[in-house]
Design a protein around this ligand. Sequence first.
Ligand SMILES: Nc1nc2c(ncn2[C@@H]2O[C@H](COP(=O)(O)OP(=O)(O)OP(=O)(O)O)[C@@H](O)[C@H]2O)c(=O)[nH]1
Length: 266
Amino acid sequence: MSSVFGKPRAGIGLQSVPLEVNLAILGRRGAGKSALTVKFLTKRFISEYDPNLEDTYSSEETVDHQPVHLRVMDTADLDTPRNCERYLNWAHAFLVVYSVDSRQSFDSSSSYLELLALHAKETQRSIPALLLGNKLDMAQYRQVTKAEGVALAGRFGCLFFEVSACLDFEHVQHVFHEAVREARRELEKSPLTRPLFISEERALPHQAPLTARHGLASCTFNTLSTVSLKEMPTVAQAKLVTVKSSRAQSKRKAPTLTLLKGFKIF
Ligand SMILES: Nc1nc2c(ncn2[C@@H]2O[C@H](COP(=O)(O)OP(=O)(O)OP(=O)(O)O)[C@@H](O)[C@H]2O)c(=O)[nH]1
């Protein structure tokens, strides 16, 4: 029986086994990737952060009555895609973020979508991506119209939302859950082609640079493992952070907040 989201799936007890979904958040520096991630995980808006930190958070979610073990990689690519293999081969779905008040960030989001499209072509699998126009609360300073966002998303066949990390949590949660649904749809279609999970024991096979063949000069591919992820470089210092109570609303739940290193949350 094929699954219908929101309804139990017959036979294999998926209700009790959490689905593992990896999401990567991509976009130009300052677009609001960290703010959206932290909003989703804690319901809070952050004002300060370390832009060089690249964190992967994990959170237990329930999407359409199904338990989901969700990992969210908040990437730190500076202005253009870099060392993309770390997320291209890891994520089941992507959130590509731009800021509605920044034309540059919109142009960057287009580069990210192109990169994902190339990767999909290379690997011959469909890669779910959602395009997000963030900072909707700054709409009076818009440099990118909603119609442009819709058109770009349409060009790449992805879902599109305008959001704000400092407005309502439910909308941000809805977007992340939509990404889980997109990932789940793909996983159900082709469970054997799940992306590699990067672990300490297992290095990824070497791949020739995608960019060399497609002219995305700024994106380089490395062979890496979690160890090298930690060592990764220059712009990004990745670490795994587990958010034990992803729905903490009270400042009294300090243990959750202290796990979010690099952020000042209020
Ligand atoms: N008004 C408003 N400001 C936002 C919103 N989202 C993020 N910001 C602010 O925009 C700035 C950049 O946000 P970040 O979340 O750090 O952006 P980022 O994409 O993670 O940037 P890097 O970490 O440098 O890659 C911060 O000062 C945030 O407080 C939003 O929805 N509305």
